[in-house]
Design a protein around this ligand. Structure first.
Ligand SMILES: Cc1ncc(COP(=O)(O)O)c(C=O)c1O
Length: 417
């Protein structure tokens, strides 16, 4: 399964490949995190914040109209209903609580879709910390609403113009800041990637997703799902869901990467599917790279999945065969977004729409094999409000002539109200 042979190493992946200046800080963070997780008062405070402030546990919802169309039972883990609108709040509240425990007064963060930036700014406001968020300039434009939210929450947002001006460049810039300020600053890393201890620490702060979903499913149906599914950017929502099920051999584990314009076009972010082992942001993992080993730019309609690396535990789960990773194109994701909106009245984040699209594709195959009892549990990692600008453009909704036109997407197949 996902055995960790030594701290931060997952099979052939993981580790810590970082500038000397950060090694002591990462060691300190590792020790502080281990101590905190062994301290019942810390764990209790973390759980209380998640429950009373952030709205956990998130519901497990049986999507009946969607299920009828697919011919399998589709369960949605509603992380979109969490405070700030995504799973990211779990990780950030854990790391910010740890920052407080370590006595640091300033936090920095990188963000792609802006969800982690908003969650970090929220945590900083909650704990009274100074907060700076690095965000690719391309992303500040496609996620303008989240930039405004961060400003309102009191954070400084730094647009990063270097490279592709997306998530990988924001991480580079945040790491540069951290090298210079590490004595008083904590880096709230936004996904289960990067150098040890981040992949393990972020996984543990997010693992409530799967722990809750597993218990909710057993309580309601008396059985585990046949398959679980999540989208994979760096991998925090996916590993947060997967961890609770990795020792259940009958539960299939599916991760969906961003296929962009199609993997064959070269414009995609399907790191596991089309990358090769290399080192990115301090960890050995699958990386999109050219023949000289240079990291190449990724592409996805979804800012949160637009990353040429992936968390090392996912690399290991893929290499070991415990989890299966496939890609979903921009078009497939946007079709799924429209389908979920019209079938269930839920507008998902575009990241989460990748999980919906991929999981429904595979659920149809599973249903053909197992019949309508086949159960697929999908993590709905976030809500789509932040993506309305992209949706307006994609579906042509900004056109005033559309006001009286047909709604977007295929109408769901007829089913009982
Ligand atoms: C709603 C949502 N889902 C998924 C992701 C992808 O991140 P990860 O792979 O770390 O879950 C993001 C990233 O911004 C996000 O905002």
């Amino acid at each position: 399964m996902s055995e960790q042979t030594q701290a931060g190493v997952f099979g052939d992946f993981g580790g810590r490949f970082m500038p000397e200046a950060l090694i002591a800080a990462l060691d300190g963070l590792d020790v502080a995190w281990q101590e905190a997780m062994g301290d019942a008062a810390f764990v209790d405070e973390f759980e209380t914040i998640l429950r009373d402030y952030a709205g956990m546990p998130s519901p497990l919802y049986e999507a009946t109209r969607l299920s009828e169309q697919v011919g399998a039972r589709i369960l949605l883990k509603r992380e979109d209903l969490n405070h700030t609108g995504a799973h990211k709040i779990r990780n950030v509240m854990g790391q910010a609580l740890l920052t407080k425990r370590m006595g640091k007064k300033r936090v920095i963060a990188e963000t792609g879709a802006g969800q982690h930036g908003v969650a970090s700014a929220t945590a900083a406001a909650y704990f009274g910390l100074d907060c700076t968020v690095y965000m690719g300039a391309v992303d500040t434009r496609r996620q303008a609403l989240n930039v405004a939210r961060m400003h309102l929450l009191g954070a400084t947002v730094v647009p990063v113009e270097s490279g592709s001006a997306t998530l990988k460049d924001a991480i580079n810039e945040a790491l540069r800041d951290w090298v210079a300020t590490v004595d008083h600053t904590a880096y709230l890393f936004g996904t289960a990637a990067g150098p040890h201890p981040f992949p393990s620490m972020v996984r543990d702060f997010c693992r409530g997703i799967g722990d809750e979903a597993r218990a909710q499913c057993l309580e309601r149906y008396g059985v585990l799902p046949d398959a679980i599914a999540a989208c994979v950017g760096g991998g925090s929502n996916a590993i947060g869901l997967f961890t609770a099920f990795l020792e259940d051999p009958d539960v299939a584990v599916w991760g969906f990467e961003a296929g962009g314009d199609g993997v064959e076009t070269g414009r995609h972010a399907a790191t596991i599917g089309a990358g090769r082992p290399g080192v990115l942001h301090g960890a050995r993992t699958y990386v999109l790279q050219d023949d000289d080993g240079q990291t190449i730019e990724s592409h996805s309609i979804s800012a949160g999945l637009d990353y040429p690396g992936v968390g090392p535990e996912h690399a290991h789960l893929a290499a070991s065969g415990r989890a299966i990773y496939e890609s979903v194109t921009d078009t497939e994701a946007m079709d799924a977004l429209a389908l979920l909106a019209r079938s269930e009245g839920i507008i998902p984040a575009i990241e989460s729409a990748h999980a919906i699209a991929g999981a429904l594709r595979k659920a149809r195959e599973l249903a053909a094999e197992k019949g309508p009892e086949a159960t697929v549990l999908i993590n709905l990692s976030g809500r789509g409000d932040k993506d309305m600008g992209t949706a307006i453009e994609w579906f042509g909704l900004g056109d005033p002539d559309r006001v009286t036109a047909e709604p977007v997407g295929e109408p769901p197949e007829e089913s009982a109200p």
